[in-house]
Design a protein around this ligand. Sequence first.
Ligand SMILES: CC(C)(COP(=O)(O)OP(=O)(O)OC[C@H]1O[C@@H](n2cnc3c(N)ncnc32)[C@H](O)[C@@H]1OP(=O)(O)O)[C@@H](O)C(=O)NCCC(=O)NCCS
Length: 372
Amino acid sequence: MKDFKKGLEGIIALETEISYIDGVKGILEYRGYRIEQLAKLSFVSIIHLLLHGKLPTIREHDQFSNMLKERRELDVHTKEVIHFYNFNIEAMDALMTAISHLSHSDPDLNSNSHEENISKAIRLIAKAPTAVAYFQRIHEDKEIIKPNELLPHSSNFLYMLRGEIPTVLEAKILNVDFILSAEHELNASTFAVRVTASTLSDIHSAIISGIGTLKGVLHGGARLAVMNMLDEIGDPKKTEKYVMNLIKNKQRIMGFGHRVYKVVDPRADIFRDLAKKLAEEKKDMKWYEMATKIEEVVTRELVEKQGKTIYMNVDFYSGVIYKYLDIPPKLATAIFALGRITGWLAHALEQYKDNRLIRPRAKYIGDHHTPE
Ligand SMILES: CC(C)(COP(=O)(O)OP(=O)(O)OC[C@H]1O[C@@H](n2cnc3c(N)ncnc32)[C@H](O)[C@@H]1OP(=O)(O)O)[C@@H](O)C(=O)NCCC(=O)NCCS
């Protein structure tokens, strides 16, 4: 049997036209467009780009946006399930349960054709934010707020969550958050989605695999860990000591390090600028100051002194942004999923298009008890 790489590190497992990463130059592209360009567009354009392979014209954009708006509301059974499961359940688990239920109410339940899967994908992208917002409102013992058709995708989500229309900057920032979270090549959750799709299981099941995988703290769960770390530090003046302690005890600093990037994650730079703008709008620099201090200490201690390539990743400043947006920490990973669901769907569609069952081998290192 050939050699293996623990964690499949550096292994090319499949071909894709969806995204490209250069981890040394710090480049990320969706369908050939740099992330810095894409961050200036609407999330609806990115959904169109990822699902259909091209940016929409103005007319296509409006039609696509309306299609999403019309599909936001949940069916009565899925709403009941969210009510029923609300006690003592994590938002990511609730999202998996809601999506499992949405599959039963989907009009194209029994078809796995490309056209029908596109329709399912659009419904999933439209409905997932509603499921998360309803979950949170019910959990807080508040009235649910129905989707507002006048608001774009990201503003509507914040509106359903908080009950008030977000400021222009808040809406813009969540739009960017969804865009930057939407896709990232063959990360662990996308791989899980493709493995499930490769068995020709349905697209809802593939997305549930993705959600379960994103939950982990080494993946999407890091955003919540960053928020918890900021809370634990509590005061910018305590930051240096806190981070030095983590380093001394060889603990990981959440929001830093990456399997592919050996430089700063290009998404993190965009988030840093937005976090600063949001801090200024809120007239509260506390979280931003803490974050820049953490970055300074990690760079000085781990990069400059120890020569490691541990730079901030996408989860670091997005965790800071969620603090300013007053996102309940337990929703952090679920909101990441609301962006990433688009990339997962694009990958499931790509997998179905030219499928081969994903079934690698394992190197057996146990004993053999049968004599030869
Ligand atoms: C993302 C991550 C899992 C990638 O890890 P990986 O490619 O498997 O890298 P390794 O775990 O082999 O780490 C390589 C070295 O860097 C160190 N390292 C990696 N991430 C670190 C971090 N966040 N803080 C401190 N040290 C870190 C490891 O301790 C290891 O050091 P060693 O060689 O002295 O043992 C890892 O960087 C991590 O745990 N980061 C924190 C969680 C996070 O932010 N996840 C979101 C990713 S987008």
